[in-house]
Design a protein around this ligand. Structure first.
Ligand code: UD1
Length: 421
């Protein structure tokens, strides 16, 4: 039975919502558990499908794990297989994060080419090229990456041609167990990458340059690491989505359990659009705007404006005064929400990687389809202000990355229900 969301528009929101742990931080930390010689516990893990998929994949490789009350206990010392098979990997692109650690630990592995969100080509060439530079021999066979490094991976200098988040994470994990020193240049600076560095550093790996684009990592010559327990950082993308919900309904709401610094590009943009803020140590309150103003947006790597909240801002831009231009610089095909928003009455023109969004548009309910994880949340936001009851289908995309979505929105006063069709 497929589920859908039914949302009645026109309600103001109020109150506060607690933000979950970051899916995109939990995934690399879980993959890194493959490098640990002891059981580790991760707390503040979001209960979302992508996390469960990776846990299943690790279990499939031989790990033992439990996931209760947002806490994962995982023991990978029992892992015997180095083959991550298609059935699981196809469900989630981030499964590719097992490539670096498996190869570094076993000297060989087979990982199916990833599936996941259909937002552009999303190649993994940079991951593979970097591993080859570390001495791996890689072949692509029947949809699998077959990698070998019988004498271990060797430290070297790697310059990433593009900033890649999971690419940086994969190579960091490989470098942690490599023979010798690896220098990484043009590394992603996302908070999720920083937290992975911290996990490895606390396990005894010497890493210089944490939080910068240049990292120097001293490998352990194949020795497994003495990993410590860790608390997953808050999800800045979930936080950004709820801030946009406050903004689009022009309501005062508070998000709690966040790291405000991680959200600066989002709060600054909302400020330009006319919203006020009260920023606490771990909370942010958005205050209604006297006049909601248009603003241009260009996505980029952290600390720039995140591509993962581009769709949510596009929904918001339909309600402001004036025309906004949104430039998507990371993923060429990340505009699938445009046609669904158009079905609700949005006036958006696409040209290449740029979308021109007319403001002051009256949105009207419709049956719409979630197409990828973040695109779907844009539809929820649009539904919050649309006239009538919008039905959002294919919400399994949302369940990959948002914990207790309808519970959290209901608590803020939205009229939202999960139903079966
Ligand atoms: C991660 C996030 C995702 C976010 C994205 C960009 C996770 C699990 N996912 O995805 O939510 O939208 O960062 O912030 O953390 N590229 C190549 N070759 C490669 C790898 C990437 O050309 O080998 C390109 C991509 O096509 C894209 C750009 O580099 O244009 C950035 O992609 P990347 O940072 O790798 O995204 P992900 O790590 O997959």
């Amino acid at each position: 039975m497929l589920e859908y969301l039914s949302i009645e528009g026109g309600q103001k929101l109020k109150g506060s919502v607690s933000i979950s742990g970051a899916k995109n931080a939990a995934l690399p930390l879980l993959a890194a558990s493959l490098l640990s010689k002891n059981t580790i516990s991760l707390s503040n893990v979001p209960n979302v499908v992508d996390v469960k998929t990776l846990l299943k994949l690790l279990e499939n490789l031989g790990a033992t794990q439990s996931f209760q009350n947002r806490s994962v206990k995982i023991d990978t010392t029992t892992v015997s297989s180095a083959c991550a098979n298609y059935d699981i990997v196809r469900k989630m692109r981030a499964s590719i994060l097992t490539l670096g650690p498996l190869l570094a630990r076993f000297g060989h592995c087979e990982v199916s080419m990833p599936g996941g969100c259909a937002i552009g080509q999303r190649p993994i060439d940079l991951h593979l090229k970097a591993l080859e530079q570390m001495g791996a021999v890689i072949e692509l066979k029947q949809g699998y990456v077959v990698a070998k490094a019988p004498d271990g991976l060797k430290g070297t200098t790697i310059i990433f041609d593009k900033v890649t988040v999971t690419g940086s994470e994969n190579i960091l994990m490989a470098a942690a167990l490599a023979h010798g020193v690896t220098k990484l240049v043009n590394v992603a600076k996302e908070p999720e990458v920083v937290q992975l560095c911290e996990l490895l550093r606390d396990a005894g790996v010497s890493i210089d340059g944490i939080g910068t684009a240049n990292l120097t990592i001293v490998g352990s010559y194949g020795e497994l690491l003495d990993m410590k327990d860790i608390e997953v950082i808050p999800d800045r993308i979930e936080a950004g989505t709820y801030l946009c919900a406050g903004a689009i309904t022009n309501s005062k709401i508070t998000i709690t359990d966040v790291i405000p610094k991680h959200l600066e590009s989002i709060t600054l943009k909302l400020q330009q659009m006319g919203f006020g803020f009260e920023i606490g140590e771990k909370s942010i309150t958005i205050l209604p705007a006297e006049k909601m103003k248009a603003s241009d947006i260009e996505t980029s790597e952290y600390p720039g404006f995140p591509t993962d909240v581009q769709a949510q801002f596009m929904a918001l831009c339909t309600q402001v005064d004036g025309t906004s231009i949104i430039d998507e610089r990371l993923f060429e095909n990340r505009f699938m929400h445009v046609s669904e928003l158009a079905r609700m009455g949005a006036n958006i023109k696409l040209k290449g990687h740029s979308a021109t969004v007319e403001g002051d548009t009256k949105l009207i309910c419709a049956d719409v389809m979630a197409t990828d994880l973040r695109a779907s949340s844009a539809l929820i936001l649009a539904a919050l202000v649309a006239q009538g009851t919008t039905k959002i289908h294919r919400i399994y995309h949302l369940d990959r990355g948002y914990e207790d979505l309808e519970g959290k929105f209901s608590a803020l006063g939205a009229k939202i229900e999960r139903l079966e069709e």
